[in-house]
Design a protein around this ligand. Structure first.
Ligand code: ATP
Ligand code: MG
Length: 448
């Protein structure tokens, strides 16, 4: 196979835009007698005039050879062995050219999980098509065929500063489209995470997805169920915390992929579409804005929003329109327990998500010292933002958001007065006031 070669004047990539660590690895490998190329997002983003997030290098050196060329390196991964070369905080990922899977080099197994007996095999595939291990090395021509989209399969070398293009990737950069290399359905079967990569990259680059590449997305998305929840959680972070979450969400919905990541939310949305959609879109808009202002974000708030429709649906299922704190805690636990079977949300995130939900409930009950205690809760800020978001999206919370805004700005004496003002009903005869007290513990957790 003969690649098209693009010279420096044609591709316009300058060495200045490549990180010093990456250049060291490229020259180090070449000096040791190996071939070495920047490939993937690094080349793609440079061609598009974007700043690459990281640089990936492909080489004909094996992991052991890479390891002995760079003292500051480590071999990582089992399913897909690669080498990390460390330069301070920068990590350059170096992978050896992969060979095509064929009858001679691949072991087939029925299960989608490797057993101990398979531990020594270098290349394993499940009968479903899923690639379970991918450590048979090959040539650059074979490596090209193993990459996902044509625009991710452009190889740049510092030997003579040219780009090697085997798949017309350069033309797709100009057309701004994602085109799967090979048969799209087969490639999604080999690795269903490619379904998410198509959507993530289309959103990030503002690229279209070609018709053939987009067509199987909806059916292949179901295969995400065979992906370990820990890997899916990593993908979730990349999908929603990279600054393009709104567009990502819209594409996930458009291509019927969303329901495979958040099945409970999706079911809830069937009966509460407008409110849930507004809520999610508003949260994504805020997240993207925060990131573009350089502010930090955590997945906690987004997860609290993404699963909120599911929480409401769960409470509705319990017949708990007026939910108590105990109801909310139980529902929250159930929603999370179910969700972690799909996305392995670590406890350090799921715990605060549940706190944010519980605080929604507590915002209504401000008697005595409760308001003061609540305002000093470490999750208060996030929970308050969440409360405002709910109101903004059309929930009638009877002025709770405004009350809490004023409370936060008020001096201590004013705060006391605000709380006392709420307690006027205690002038009502005893029996009634007790009934009111019980009721005030309960909040309407259903959007209007
Ligand atoms: P990003 O901008 O997010 O880094 P990227 O395309 O560089 O995007 P990486 O995860 O860094 O994504 O992967 C680097 C390259 O490795 C890709 O461009 C692609 O060539 C290849 N690659 C990564 N994941 C897959 C996959 N699941 N299937 C096939 N090729 C893949
Ligand atoms: Mg990359």
């Amino acid at each position: 196979m003969v690649p098209r070669i693009y010279s420096r004047s044609e591709h316009g990539i300058s060495r200045q835009s490549i990180s010093p660590g990456c250049l060291k690895v490229l020259y180090g490998l070449i000096d040791a007698g190996f071939e070495a190329y920047i490939v993937g997002g690094g080349v793609r983003d440079l061609l598009l005039g974007l700043k690459p997030k990281d640089f990936d290098i492909a080489t004909n050196a094996t992991p052991d050879q890479i390891r002995s060329t760079f003292r500051n390196s480590r071999i990582i991964g089992r399913r897909f062995r690669i080498v990390h070369v460390h330069f301070g905080r920068e990590i350059i990922e170096v992978s050896t050219f992969r060979a095509a899977h064929n009858v001679d080099n691949v072991a087939m197994v029925d299960d989608e999980v490797l057993s101990r007996a398979d531990a020594k095999l270098d290349s394993v595939r499940a009968t479903s098509g899923l690639i379970l291990r991918d450590n048979v090395y090959g040539t650059i021509e074979e490596d090209v065929q193993r990459r996902d989209f044509t625009v991710n399969a452009l190889y740049y070398t510092v030997k003579n500063f040219v780009v090697h293009d085997y798949v017309d990737g350069m033309a797709d950069i100009d057309r701004r489209c994602l085109r799967m290399i090979g048969d799209p359905t087969e490639r999604y079967r080999e690795d269903p995470v490619r379904v998410l990569r198509a959507i993530r990259l289309a959103a990030k680059l503002d690229f279209s997805i070609t018709r053939e590449t987009a067509a199987p997305l909806a059916t292949c998305a179901k295969l995400l169920e065979s992906i370990p929840p820990a890997r899916l959680f990593d993908e979730f972070l990349k999908l929603f915390l990279s600054g393009n979450s709104l567009q990502t969400y819209r594409l996930l919905r458009r291509h019927d992929v969303f329901q495979h990541l958040f099945p409970q939310t999706w079911i809830a949305m069937q009966s509460n579409t407008a409110y849930s959609d507004r809520l999610l879109e508003a949260a994504f808009t805020n997240t993207d804005a925060r990131l573009s202002e350089g502010k930090t974000i955590t997945p906690v708030f987004l997860l609290a929003v993404l699963l909120w429709p599911a929480l409401l649906e769960n409470l509705r299922g319990k017949g708990a329109g007026l939910a108590s704190i105990a109801d909310t805690q139980e529902a929250g636990q159930q929603v999370i327990d179910y969700q972690v079977q799909r996305l392995a949300i670590p406890k350090r995130f799921s715990f605060p998500v549940r706190e944010i939900w519980e605080l929604q409930q507590k915002f209504a009950d401000r008697r005595g010292k409760r308001a003061e205690l609540l305002a000093s809760h470490k999750r208060f800020r996030a929970a308050f933002d969440f409360l405002l978001l709910r109101e903004q999206c059309g929930e009638d919370l009877q002025g709770l958001g405004e009350w809490w805004s004023l409370y936060q700005q008020a001096q201590p004496e004013q705060r006391n007065a605000m709380v006392t003002a709420l307690q006027q009903p205690s002038a009502i005869p005893h029996a009634k006031s007790r009934r009111r007290k019980v009721k005030s513990n309960r909040t309407q957790l259903t959007p209007t």
